[in-house]
Design a protein around this ligand. Structure first.
Ligand code: NAP
Length: 311
């Protein structure tokens, strides 16, 4: 395998795959590295209704199409590779995984984000035994059961609606009395007879024995608390960027999202960040893919400036 690339992309979700297409089409030797298989977060989405050109398409199916597109351009794919070390300041940049040491003239970080945690007692202990962050993966285990979804964004509302395919009842628990989810999603959820909305309320504890059997709730307006019997809980309270490996080498916002300019350039020359991992006002498959295109084009322009440096 070639150990030196013009551009190495970290993360194979929509942002990374789009960057790979634009990078290789700019005649840059390109590798894409992922800790998992390619596809990223949307591979777990049941359906998307807002990716232009597809009025309705499965998340996994859409990401398969992205990967097939990447495969047309000879991109080196390195999957199931945990990054053990990265030096973004050196030139070339050095990336080490267990199996490979790779040099890159430019790096595009597209590592996305993971679900945020409630941080309450029982959440870790009951993971996989009533606590889940993936309705598509685990919804089938909750046939005819009473469960809870936490959050007021698109993810919480869409997944609560999806879970009613299986569950007898879904409590939607939100810390305020209004949602930040898109209006069309709110309307769908509020019309769903299997969903009961519990407003101004937070989860304080997840209880159970072998499996979850209840959650302790607190009403933030009245201060009243009590136990709600449920057999499953799906927290959808936002996302946290996958940035552990950069260990302070780049400027980040207070939540850890990487700061970029409009060309996706980070605080280090030749290092770009695209998609959910960067500080951005909108996180969608379409905006991640668009970021990937911008980042790859400006990475290619950066490579041209390197070529002009006299030896
Ligand atoms: P989000 O939009 O950031 O919403 C997170 C929700 O969780 C908010 O309602 C927030 O409450 C609540 N929350 C945050 N911390 C909490 C805590 N500690 N305890 C209780 N509740 C808490 O996150 P998301 O829904 O995961 O979506 C992430 C991004 O992906 C968004 O940009 C979203 O639009 C996008 N997305 C898009 C689609 C789509 O277009 N089809 C689908 C899924 C996700 P407050 O409202 O009070 O802050």
């Amino acid at each position: 395998m070639n150990k030196m690339f013009d551009t190495v992309i970290l993360g194979g979700g929509p942002a990374g795959l789009s960057a790979a297409i634009y990078s290789s089409r700019s005649a840059c030797s390109t590798a894409i590295i992922d800790t998992c298989i390619l596809g990223g977060q949307p591979s777990n989405y049941l359906e998307l209704e807002n990716y232009p050109g597809f009025s309705r398409i499965g998340g996994f199916e859409l990401m398969e199409k992205f990967e097939e597109h990447v495969d047309m351009f000879g991109v080196q794919k390195l999957v199931m590779q945990e990054i053990e070390f990265i030096d973004l300041k050196s030139n070339p940049k050095i990336i080490k995984t267990k199996e490979h040491t790779i040099e890159a003239k430019t790096v595009i970080i597209a590592t996305g984000a993971k679900p945020s945690k409630l941080g309450v007692p029982g959440e870790k202990e009951f993971l996989g035994r009533g606590v889940s962050y993936c309705a598509v993966c685990d919804g089938g285990f909750y046939k005819d059961k009473v469960i809870a979804v936490v959050g007021g964004g698109n993810s919480a509302l869409e997944e609560a609606h999806y879970l009613t395919k299986f569950a007898a009842k879904v409590y939607l628990i939100h810390r305020r009395d209004s949602f930040r989810a898109d209006k069309i999603v709110q309307e769908r959820v509020l019309q769903n007879p299997k969903i009961e909305f519990i407003s101004d309320t937070v989860v304080e504890k997840i209880m159970g024995e072998e499996l979850v059997n209840g959650i302790v709730l607190k009403n933030l307006k009245t201060g009243a608390s009590g136990v709600l019997p449920v057999e499953g809980i799906f927290p959808y309270i936002g996302i946290t960027p996958n940035v552990e490996f950069i260990s302070g080498q780049l400027n980040q916002d207070a939540s850890g999202f990487i700061l970029t300019d409009e060309t996706m350039q980070t605080s280090l020359p030749g290092v770009f960040a695209v998609g959910d991992v960067r500080h951005t006002p909108l996180r969608q498959v379409i905006t991640a893919a668009a970021d990937g295109a911008v980042g790859a084009v400006y990475a290619a322009k950066y490579l041209e400036t390197l070529a002009q440096v006299p030896v």
